[in-house]
Design a protein around this ligand. Structure first.
Ligand code: SAH
Ligand code: SF4
Ligand code: F3S
Length: 446
């Protein structure tokens, strides 16, 4: 590649989970430290970072088509410098470099702290790939948090040792690691100083987080949440994603004891059939999952539940799929995500017998989503008439309209004299399938 001018503007496009979004923000901060500014809306960027996801479907093909659109001037007039980051970069870095000469940098999710050095080399005309996995070193090398949204993410745990047979995460993110307690408390304080009112603690298995507090005592996620709840100015705490195997009594109790811990639990089950769960290498049964939820609900009665589902895992029969519907009926989720099984290269399930036909998966997904949508709307309707706290996150579509989140993570919109980051009391007036219309009652001090 030819040497080129240093980029002056950037755009980071994140395609994946909340941790992928968090990584995108941290990459943007690093570029900001270098004096590179975000490209204004609608204008070309000199540097585009494609922060990719590998979890499902044709994620890799999407990267190539994005690169094609950028280089052929379909996305912007002038071809930018391109960096591919995220989980596709980790899984297919070499292929990307070989197949896409327009890409200057490939950087994995545990190596992006080295993006500035790679950028220097790219400006000299050198292409660079870095897919090392020094997870903790990454965090230490990132700049301080200075700017954030009222609802912010904080990665506390990365990687996964669970090896569900369908999933790429253990390969793209590496082994489970917990970030040190002190670093997390510091980062949380910085986020609050920068304007965060709510922090969602992130991890592929966030409930497996463990550490030592400043007195040298062993603490788990509940202990961390307890201490973060003491941070002045922080009003709300959430965490995601949990695995049913790592939920301990302390975390269950925390839901009943800590006001700042929001009444919401995302706890993926994936399927309702014990045979399928076993083949997935999930360590729970439908029954043990339901019992666990009961304990959470006993600790916090208004807890809203969320989950993830996969339909059409290899070998799943019609009767086994019916068990998923049965479980959904038993839980009554406030919201949930559901996906068609997608064979991921290198995972055990990809080579299992009994791959399910696409039409069968389509039909199952439709039925499952109909049930989940029904329950979500029912949950929203059950909160009609309540007055609750809403964190204002952004302006709505119409002038004077605002959008925020209820404690149960529902989107609520309303009109009034408020600003982004305000915590306000809103009466939930009318429930829709995906959001609620509200009426502003009063502002509350943060
Ligand atoms: N660590 C979390 C989330 C992992 S990815 C957990 O264990 O729950 C988010 C969701 O994507 C998963 O919960 C699963 O429902 C879905 N998913 C993962 N791999 C998939 C695959 N190969 N095909 C379809 N969905 C998948
Ligand atoms: Fe993937 Fe399973 Fe780990 Fe979740 S627990 S990240 S689904 S391997
Ligand atoms: Fe996707 Fe990687 Fe997250 S594969 S879901 S971006 S951990």
């Amino acid at each position: 590649m030819k040497p080129t001018n240093s980029p002056k503007t950037y755009r980071v496009k994140s395609f994946g989970c909340q941790m992928n979004v968090y990584d995108g923000e941290r990459m943007a901060e690093m570029l900001g430290e270098r004096g590179i500014v975000p490209a204004p809306e609608g204008e070309d960027a000199d540097l585009v970072v494609l922060n990719t996801c590998h979890i499902r479907e044709k994620a890799a093909e999407k990267v190539y088509s994005d690169i094609g659109r950028l280089t052929k001037g379909k996305t912007q007039d002038k071809a930018p410098m391109i960096a591919v980051a995220g989980c596709v970069a980790q899984a297919e870095g070499e292929e990307i470099m070989a197949r896409a000469p327009a890409v200057s940098m490939v950087v994995g999710p545990q190596a992006y702290h080295r993006l500035p050095e790679m950028l220097d080399r790219a400006v000299q005309g050198e292409r660079a790939t870095d897919t090392d996995m020094p997870a903790i070193a990454k965090f230490a090398a990132l700049p301080e948090r200075k700017r954030t949204n009222p609802a912010s993410f904080l990665t506390v745990q990365e990687g996964c040792d669970k090896f569900c047979t369908y999933c790429v995460v253990p390969y793209t993110r590496g082994a489970e690691i917990s970030r040190p307690y002190g670093d997390l408390v510091t980062e949380a304080r910085k986020l609050v100083d920068a304007g965060a009112k709510e922090i969602t603690l992130l991890g592929q298995n966030v409930s497996a987080w463990s550490g030592e507090d400043d007195k040298g005592h062993a603490v788990g996620l509940a202990g961390l949440i307890r201490d973060l709840a003491k941070v002045d100015g922080l009003a709300r705490i959430r965490y995601t994603t949990s695995h049913p195997a790592d939920m301990d009594d302390d975390l269950i109790a925390a839901h009943g004891e800590i006001d700042k811990l929001m009444p919401f639990l995302h706890l993926p089950v994936q399927a309702g059939s014990d045979r399928v769960l076993k083949a997935m290498n999930r360590s729970h049964t439908a029954e043990s999952y339901l019992r666990l939820l009961e304990r959470f609900r006993a600790a916090r009665q208004d807890l809203a539940l969320s989950g993830d589902f996969i339909v059409g895992f290899p070998g799943e029969t019609d009767a086994e799929f019916e068990e998923t519907l049965k479980l959904v009926d038993a839980v009554g989720y406030a919201q949930a995500f559901s996906f068609k099984y997608s064979p991921r290269p290198g995972t055990p399930a990809a080579s299992m017998e009994g791959q399910v036909a696409k039409e069968v998966m389509d039909e199952r997904l439709q039925r499952l989503q109909a049930a989940l949508n029904r329950d979500q709307w029912a949950f929203n309707r059950a909160t009609e008439g309540r007055t609750c706290e809403v964190l204002v996150e952004r302006k709505g579509k119409h002038p004077g309209q605002w959008l925020g989140k209820t404690p149960w993570l529902q989107s609520a919109w309303f009109e009034g004299d408020v600003g982004i980051g305000d915590l306000v009391q809103v009466e939930l007036v009318e429930a829709g399938p995906n959001s609620l219309a509200g009426r502003l009652r009063e502002r509350v001090a943060a």
